[in-house]
Design a protein around this ligand. Structure first.
Ligand code: SER
Length: 339
């Protein structure tokens, strides 16, 4: 018999760290972890198995189908927005073809199991693209359907993979004689910038938030690459994990969308700076805007409307801005860099 597992791709990334810890400690889940990078030592005992490998390796994915009964997939592996601009075609391969490979794997799994396989897909505010800072200021909270004109390769990839998820869920092989559904139960969340106390991001454009706080706590000077007036929605990592788990558990009949916005707080970079300076008064932080990265952040919304998630699956963040900093981020990052 094949062992029942939950597959997590990009397991060693920021979301992966917290998700693995939560799924094993609170829900006793058997995790099959996959990442191109080695998995951090402290995560290994929490997983049924870790495989260091590439989501573009179809032979590897084929072997997983043979060995495991995968009841759900958290497909977290991705090349983030800044990194993707340095090699857009590679990013497309990893972000789109990689997702397609995982969707194909999910179809096969659902077929063998005779039941739907849940496919949890983190999308991003990068799926949006506002044409100017004036439009951004005027738009306010935007819904899932507005301003979907991304200007980055990563944003295009995320938006397209949302559409792929919709296709596999509702129109897969629609001309086939048997018309059988794919068996994929695709659910996606458009995340704002995420801030973790235990990891730092690699290659995103919302990174100035987490980088400011981690540099300050580590006693390292930091040049913030956006203007002080720059506003983005953010969320503390425990809320991001909660959102994924809550959406996974939501009864399907309650879901009116396949893709949901979530958010928590949306400070300007100046507000971020003020909070960090108050906590670490000796920190050295300068604003040195990088025009190109600023342009990307300026195209992302300053706030999003997450009322559909609240209505359909009871979404509500545990950490507002004050609680995120005072009870989660500041004490944990201070402790992390003291030792
Ligand atoms: N945090 C991501 C990035 O900056 C957005 O999803 O690329």
């Amino acid at each position: 018999m094949r062992k029942e597992v939950v597959l997590i791709t990009g397991a060693n990334g920021e979301i992966g760290h917290d998700l693995i810890t939560h799924l094993t400690e609170k829900e006793n889940t058997n995790i099959l972890a996959l990442d191109v990078m080695p998995l951090d030592e402290e995560l290994r005992p929490k997983c049924e198995r870790f495989i260091q490998g590439d989501i573009l390796d179809n032979m590897l994915l084929g072997r997983l189908v043979a060995e495991y009964e995968i009841r759900a997939i958290y497909h977290l592996a991705s090349i983030l927005s800044t990194k993707a601009e340095f090699n857009p075609e590679t990013a497309h391969k990893v972000n789109v073809e990689g997702t397609l490979n995982l969707l194909r794997l999910a179809v096969e799994q659902a077929g063998w199991q005779g039941r739907p396989v849940k496919f949890l897909y983190p999308s991003s505010i990068a799926a949006y693209g506002l044409p100017s800072i004036e439009a951004k200021a005027k738009a306010g909270k935007i819904t899932e359907e507005e301003w979907c004109r991304p200007i980055t390769m990563y944003g295009c990839n995320k938006l397209y993979c949302e559409h792929l998820g919709r296709y596999y869920t509702t129109n897969y092989r629609q001309l086939a004689a048997d018309q059988s559904p794919s068996g994929i139960d695709f659910r996606s969340i458009r995340f704002p910038g995420l801030i973790s106390a235990v990891t730092t991001p690699t290659g995103g454009t919302s990174d100035y938030g987490p980088e400011m706080i981690h540099h300050a706590a580590a006693g390292k000077p930091y040049n913030c690459f956006v203007r002080p007036d720059t506003r983005l929605p953010f969320m503390a990592m425990p809320d991001a994990v909660k959102a994924l788990l809550d959406l996974e558990k939501a009864p399907k009949e309650n879901l009116t969308k396949l893709v949901y916005n979530v958010t928590s707080f949306n400070p300007t970079a100046q507000e971020f700076y003020d909070i960090v300076m108050k906590a670490f008064p000796k920190a050295v932080i300068n604003f040195v805007p990088d025009d190109a990265r600023q342009g990307i952040v300026d195209s992302w919304p300053g706030d999003v409307d997450d009322s559909a998630a609240a209505r359909d699956w009871g979404w509500k963040p545990d950490y507002n801005q004050a609680r995120a900093f005072e009870e989660y981020l500041l004490p944990a990052v201070a402790a992390r860099y003291q030792s």
